[in-house]
Design a protein around this ligand. Structure first.
Ligand SMILES: *Cc1c(COP(=O)(O)O)cnc(C)c1O
Length: 448
């Protein structure tokens, strides 16, 4: 065949149209060893409905991890669907650099209204990682612009086993060696403290008192660590230590925000208001990528000045405050009010606790950690090469549930809208799957 105007001979191969084949040929998945991935049949999700995901063959699976901790009121929520559709009829994207739009302004006001007291300014971006980058840069620049002694506050304190995202700044304050150690030479210095241990934090802060800009924590639950729970009173103690040593507190509620721990924000449970608050995952109900970094008026004012003083916050992403995403987020907040989501969640949290009581006694289970709707079922120490957590995922899939583990910790984080019957089904499937995965002859000799 002769290409028009060229004269080159072009060989035509039939293009594969099988999505699984296209996936193996062209897609590189996040947090995935592709060499193992291409040996498995990828599960293709085509549709969602309430608590369920539906594959290309029409099989239904309970969405046991809220599509990676995002979905809040279920898939195909009527109100959020309508809001996004309505916005689509107006404009899909317009910039926040030099312009504004009603969705972004209404959402900012709503977030300030529901956030812990004192947070009055909203800076938008698209992911949890960017919400954290922004908080770190704001804290750093704020201290620089205070001047004098404060200009020496150039480093951060984070907790061991913490996770704040995958961009270089957020990795610098991350504490999960498996994810983070490879990048060590690229990262800025940060000081680590023991999670849940206020005395250790006090020790670290007093050692580096004059060089720390801010402390960053995931309040109450360190999600990616495998649902590591802090003891009651810890977050309050962190706030008090930050105040005593004169440094800022950044709370990363990317995972815990929007009801996951049983209250709208985890900070509420200890009456804590941070100086900077990072939100993402559940912000749009799990519909569209949107993140927000909330700041106090004090921090905001630290950036004010005449144009040529260059106190501007020089940061902004192209899709910042996208109108479709803002429309979804506003409808998400409407649903929280109209459906009394937090109130109706409480008996489901109690039921989940009761159901997990049965899981905790299973011989295959080392420990169950729960706060609200965030659950880690720890299967104990196993040879990582066995990929026990992954085997649980595959067993659960056969039984009609989607879960994704963190190492050998099975994670449950269902949509807040899940029904009691669906919750019972999810826990039953996951218990059966743990039993089946551990009973696998490839696993047993080591587990014994
Ligand atoms: C998921 C997560 C992030 C990163 O969010 P992305 O949207 O994946 O960038 C940051 N912090 C916490 C606590 C998270 O759970």
């Amino acid at each position: 065949m002769v290409a028009a105007g060229g004269g080159t001979n072009v060989a035509y191969y039939p293009m594969p149209t099988d999505p699984a084949q296209l996936d193996r040929d062209h897609v590189w998945h996040p947090f995935t060893q592709q060499q193992a991935w291409v040996e498995e049949e990828p599960l293709m999700i085509e549709r969602g409905e309430g608590s369920y995901l539906i594959d290309a063959e029409g099989r239904r699976y309970i969405d046991g991890v809220s599509s990676l901790w995002c979905t809040v009121h279920g898939h195909r929520h009527t109100g959020i669907d309508a809001a996004v559709g309505e916005q689509l009829g107006k404009v899909a994207h317009s910039t926040m650099l030099g312009l504004s739009h009603p969705g972004a302004t209404a959402l900012a006001a709503r977030l300030v209204e529901i956030a812990p007291p004192g947070l009055s300014r909203v800076f938008y971006s698209e992911s949890g990682s960017t919400a954290v980058e922004i908080a770190l840069k704001m804290a750093f620049q704020f201290q620089q612009q205070r001047g004098g002694q404060h200009a020496r506050r150039t480093s951060f304190v984070h907790l061991r086993e913490s996770y704040h995202g995958d961009t270089i700044g957020s990795v610098s304050v991350g504490g999960i060696d498996l994810f983070h150690s490879a990048y060590r030479p690229l990262l800025f210095d940060a000081h680590a403290a023991e999670p849940g241990d206020a005395a250790d934090l006090e020790r670290v802060l007093s050692m580096h008192e004059e060089e720390i800009a801010a402390v960053i924590v995931e309040p109450l639950v360190q999600g990616a660590a495998g649902m590591l729970l802090h003891p009651p009173g810890y977050l309050r103690a962190v706030r008090e230590l930050c105040d005593r040593f004169g440094m800022l507190l950044i709370c990363d509620e990317v995972a815990t925000g929007f009801g996951r721990t049983g209250t709208m924000f985890a900070c509420e449970q200890e009456g804590v208001a941070p100086d900077l608050l990072c939100l993402a995952k559940g912000l749009t109900g799990g519909y569209l990528p949107l993140a927000a970094t909330l700041a106090t008026e004090r921090i905001y004012e630290g950036f004010l000045g005449a144009y040529a003083e260059w106190r501007t916050f020089f940061h902004g992403h192209t899709y910042t405050g996208n109108p479709l995403a803002c429309a979804a987020a506003l409808a998400n907040l409407d649903a929280f009010e109209q459906e009394r989501t937090i109130e109706r969640l409480q008996p489901k949290i109690a039921l989940l606790e009761e159901l997990l009581g049965g899981v905790e006694t299973m011989p295959e289970v080392a420990e169950v950690r729960q706060r609200g709707f965030m659950v880690g079922i720890d299967l104990g120490e196993h040879d990582p090469a066995l990929r026990l957590g992954h085997r649980v995922t595959l067993e659960a899939r056969r039984r009609g549930a989607i879960v994704r583990p963190l190492g050998d910790v099975a994670i449950l984080m269902p949509p807040l809208s899940i029904s009691e019957a669906e919750l019972r089904e999810l826990v039953a499937i996951v218990s059966d799957s743990i039993q089946a995965a551990v009973a696998d002859p490839r696993v047993l000799p080591l587990a014994a």
